[in-house]
Design a protein around this ligand. Structure first.
Ligand code: BGC
Length: 255
């Protein structure tokens, strides 16, 4: 198994893409810490599924938008599994708001969860890897919107665009420490974050029309790429984004 003996921390792993990633990393041999914010039962359910595969796991609550809690999460994850060598910055929030309406609180929450949390978690991760003189892999779940404008989602796009530059910078800065840093950029994936869209045919139809493959992606189709990037099969890949979007990002056509 390609991740045997590896230990991962996945943020926002109670549901959606994060849960699929946690389960996939475990299926590929890793022990996995499941971070969650608000639903302990859901996270314990994922932990139980990981343990049923014969792996070690722990479900750890933390509001990673708070820097002290993010740092504490990394410490607790290391205590739980004795070391962490794969960090998946998955947790994210997304708030639709026209530019003229977005409040300072909404703006700051978006940037805190989607950009600052990955920054400080990665810093805590790298500190312990460098102190132990051990290699590691960081994978950020960004979005096609690290490149693609999305009207009414400016703060979200700013955070994802920032995550792209964070990844590119750190890939260079940390290469000599044996730490690889990459992004996975999903397009439209069927998860709880877009529940409203999924249940409204009027919203869904124009979205599907933008996707050359004509369907939304499944969380597993993102998780398999994360597992690949975390493994030695991707040993020469750093500083890059793998887009998982059914062709959405570069889709353009005329009648
Ligand atoms: C967002 C989805 C959106 C998709 C494609 C993702 O980053 O989370 O809400 O449908 O991008 O635009």
């Amino acid at each position: 198994m390609k991740l045997e003996g590896r230990n991962a921390l996945v943020t926002g792993a109670g549901r959606g893409i994060g849960a699929a990633i946690a389960l996939r990393l475990a299926a590929d041999g890793a022990d996995v810490v499941v971070n969650y914010l608000d639903d302990q039962d859901e996270a314990e359910g994922i932990r139980a599924q990981i343990e049923a595969m014969g792996r070690h796991s722990a479900a750890l609550r933390a509001d990673i938008s708070n820097v002290a809690q993010a740092q504490r999460l990394m410490e607790e994850a290391i205590t739980a599994l004795s070391e962490i060598d794969i960090l998946v910055n998955n947790a994210g929030i997304e708030k639709r708001a026209p530019f003229l309406d977005i409040t300072p609180e909404q703006y700051q929450a978006q940037i805190a969860v989607d950009l600052s949390a990955p920054f400080f978690l990665t810093q805590a991760f790298v500190r312990q890897r460098v102190a132990a003189r051990r290699p590691g892999s960081v994978i950020n779940i960004s979005s096609v919107h690290e490149d693609l404008p999305f009207p009414h989602f400016t703060a979200y796009c700013m955070a994802k665009g920032g995550l792209k530059m964070m990844m590119r910078n750190l890939a260079i800065e940390l290469a000599s420490c044996g730490i690889r840093v990459n992004n996975v950029a999903p397009g439209a994936i069927a998860t709880p974050i877009n529940r409203t869209l999924l249940s409204d045919p009027k919203l869904l139809k124009p979205l599907l029309a933008n996707i050359p493959m004509g369907r939304m992606g499944q969380p597993d189709e993102v998780a398999s790429v994360v597992s690949f990037l975390a493994s030695d099969e991707a040993s020469y890949i750093t500083g890059t984004t793998i887009v998982v979007d059914g062709g959405l990002l570069w889709s353009y056509s005329e009648q």
